[in-house]
Design a protein around this ligand. Structure first.
Ligand code: ATP
Ligand code: MG
Length: 350
């Protein structure tokens, strides 16, 4: 660990819940000390935008109290409509001039006003590339208004936003901590409530990240609309069906037709990668997110894009504090925790 660096607490503000993770770097690797989840009301966070900062902030306060974290420096992640990630190629220039050059280029790549955007970038290292060859750059544009809302929400909960990440990159960070730098192309698919993150990693570098506005809520809303049940009822019917419990046959019909819609969106995102990603074959999809339990969803995505899948296990390498967390609880949070864990490992070196 770097001397003097403050430890962070991860706050992953999702569409259906906020997750909190507190981790430490030890000689034996990363250990999860504390974890907590608190539900948000539908509509408070939508497509990556915090629409009800005060309600979200009050909810985060209750989470802090129940988890009893003392850390004030937060690592959080933006996602959805507030952020765009693009891979660009640029004539070779000196490292310290890249940021300035990108400002001029950004306009053509960012679908919103660059004057109201925060711009960041990563250079993808290709060890086999010569000095005179083009630079391969990942450009990240975030809507400032979205970012401010995150900062404001955290500040109202008496926290400080120290690290602002992109959820897809945090997911990739958690993947690397557990599986290392995998050779070739690997896809990560995090199917949440409102958003599905698709991240493609090549030899340890994120080369593509795109969020589709589909997830578990798509199913809940369809059940709510077509069966005339309340949203909470629709949610519980969905969970029951996913756990193999008996439900009215119409539930399964609606789930199956929604899956077609969701698979289409995700297939589009994959095709967009193939069209812009410079070829190469993705060898595996690691799936996470609370919605991987929807019957057959993951299988159908895998079949549609022709890539095998595996369930992402964030506790493959990361350990947890057995004094405060039980194996049952770890099992429960396995699918929903990767983004929060990836955030919690930011800012400190192992
Ligand atoms: N057993 C289950 N079967 C089916 N769906 C489930 C199950 N458990 C959770 N879900 C769904 O998973 C979603 C929550 O997952 P997750 O916590 O990954 O999303 P989020 O982080 O809140 O949202 P997002 O990442 O989209 O902003 C909800 O839509 C919930 O209904
Ligand atoms: Mg999420």
């Amino acid at each position: 660990m770097f001397f003097g660096q403050k430890k962070v607490v991860a706050i992953d503000i999702g569409t259906s819940s906020v997750k909190l993770a507190e981790m430490d770097a030890t000689r034996k690797g990363w250990i999860l000390r504390k974890f907590g989840v608190v539900t948000l009301n539908p509509g408070w966070v939508k497509e990556g935008e915090i629409l009800e900062p005060q309600s979200v902030s009050a909810t985060i306060k209750t989470l802090i109290q129940s988890v009893k974290t003392k850390r004030k420096n937060v690592a959080t992640g933006i996602f959805g409509n507030g952020v765009i990630v693009k891979r660009i190629s640029m004539a070779p220039i000196e490292e310290n001039l890249i940021a300035e050059a990108i400002k001029w280029e950004a306009e053509q790549y960012i679908p919103f006003d660059v004057n109201e955007a925060a711009i960041d970038h990563h250079v993808i290292r290709h060890p086999d590339r010569g000095a005179g060859e083009n630079l391969d750059i990942i450009l990240i544009g975030a809507k400032q208004e979205f970012v401010f809302r995150f900062i404001e929400t955290l500040e109202s909960a008496d926290l400080k936003c120290s690290i602002l990440d992109v959820s897809g990159f945090a997911l990739a960070n958690c993947f690397e901590a557990n599986y290392g730098k995998v050779q070739g192309l690997t896809a990560l698919l995090n199917i949440g409530a409102g958003v599905t993150n698709l991240v493609i990693i090549e030899n340890g570098d994120v080369i593509f990240s795109r969020d589709s506005m589909v997830g578990g809520q798509t199913y809940t809303n369809e059940l709510h609309k077509s069966m005339g049940v309340s949203v909470p009822e629709a949610e519980s019917l969905k969970i029951s069906a996913s756990m193999g419990q008996e439900v009215p046959p119409e539930v399964n019909t609606v789930l199956a037709s929604t899956t077609e819609q969701v698979v289409d969106e995700i297939r589009n995102a994959f095709e967009f990668f193939i069209a812009t990603g410079g070829g190469g074959r993705v060898s595996k999809i690691y799936v996470s997110g609370g919605s991987i339990f929807i019957p057959k969803l993951v299988e159908e995505i895998s079949a549609a894009v022709g890539v095998p899948f595996e369930v992402f296990n964030p506790f493959q390498q990361i350990t947890y504090d057995e004094k405060s967390l039980t194996p049952d609880y770890i099992q429960q949070i396995q699918s929903i925790s990767p983004v929060a864990l990836g955030l919690a490992m930011r800012g400190m070196k192992e």
